[in-house]
Design a protein. Structure first.
Length: 283
């Protein structure tokens, strides 16, 4: 009986797990495949089919939906706005998180643990809770309907500070002691030692920040009023509201919106895994 159980655990369970994972992966990827197929289906504007079309049809496949989308909205402007916001938030947030992480990991100041715990507690506060006060602040400072209204709130990340702190804690103290003996200031230590040694966590924060900025919708939807300032997610939403009956065009715009960030994730996912693993195991 024990041998049978052992054989089941060694032979059957791994195969069952593999089948379950494959089914789960296919289920997850199916909506994206449907989006891809129907965005190139020139007949999709006439109405979506039931059962859904899951393969390219020779007589209906083309780029007419994309041409119509480019003619209908300034999608390149949306791309530029989103790229500008994403790049600015990545630079500012990564620097801010690493700087704070260095202070929490290697610094000595009164109440460090309490401040760190309070800082992490902000992760428990949902964005919807402080969304209205944040909007009022942006409105009073005249930043509503500007890209700064999105960039400035994005420079803070409690999770990023936690990740950087955990990683920098694992760096040998002897390196910092030797640098201080040589007369290096804390700023020089940060720029010449901490940042170069923190490449895994920097890459991780950069990718996660890029994903968050590119996919953010609610906050840009609230503070951006002019079409010339729209991000790609807001532009897609507005296009869908105005052209909801033309599903082919809508799906084409949606594909254009997610294509860059999906490509980025596919090529840089190893940095996410490496960085999170490193940050979780350093003490």
């Amino acid at each position: 009986m024990e041998k049978m159980h052992s054989k089941i655990e060694r032979v059957v369970l791994p195969k069952v797990s593999t089948v379950v994972l494959i089914i789960g992966a296919l289920t997850f990827c199916l909506p994206f495949w449907w989006l891809l197929v129907n965005s190139f289906d020139e007949a999709a504007n006439l109405g979506l089919k039931l059962p859904p079309i899951l393969w390219f049809r020779k007589d209906h496949t083309g780029i007419a939906n994309f041409v119509s989308a480019f003619n209908a909205i300034p999608i390149l402007k949306y791309y530029f706005n989103t790229l500008l916001i994403t790049a600015a938030v990545i630079v500012l947030q990564v620097f801010n998180c690493c700087f704070a992480g260095y202070a929490f990991a290697k610094g000595t100041f009164p109440g460090k643990k309490i401040i760190f715990m309070l800082f992490l507690a902000t992760m428990m506060i949902p964005f919807q809770l402080y969304m209205i006060p944040l909007y009022l602040v942006m409105n009073e400072t005249g930043l509503v309907n500007t890209l700064f209204a999105i960039i400035l709130p994005g420079i803070h990340s409690a999770f990023g500070v936690f990740l950087a702190t955990q990683y920098i804690k694992g760096l040998p103290d002897s390196i910092f002691e030797a640098a201080r003996i040589e007369g290096c200031s804390e700023a020089r230590i940060f720029f010449t030692i901490v940042l170069p040694l923190s490449k895994p966590v920097i890459a991780t924060l950069s990718v996660l920040t890029a994903l968050g900025c590119w996919n953010d919708f609610l906050w840009p939807y609230l503070v951006l009023l002019k079409e010339s300032n729209f991000t790609i997610t807001v532009g897609v939403s507005m296009f869908q509201q105005q052209n909801g009956g033309y599903m082919g065009n809508t799906l084409a715009v949606a594909l254009l919106a997610i294509a860059p960030i999906v490509t980025l994730y596919i090529f840089l996912q190893r940095f996410i895994i490496k960085g999170i693993t490193a940050g979780a195991t350093k003490h």
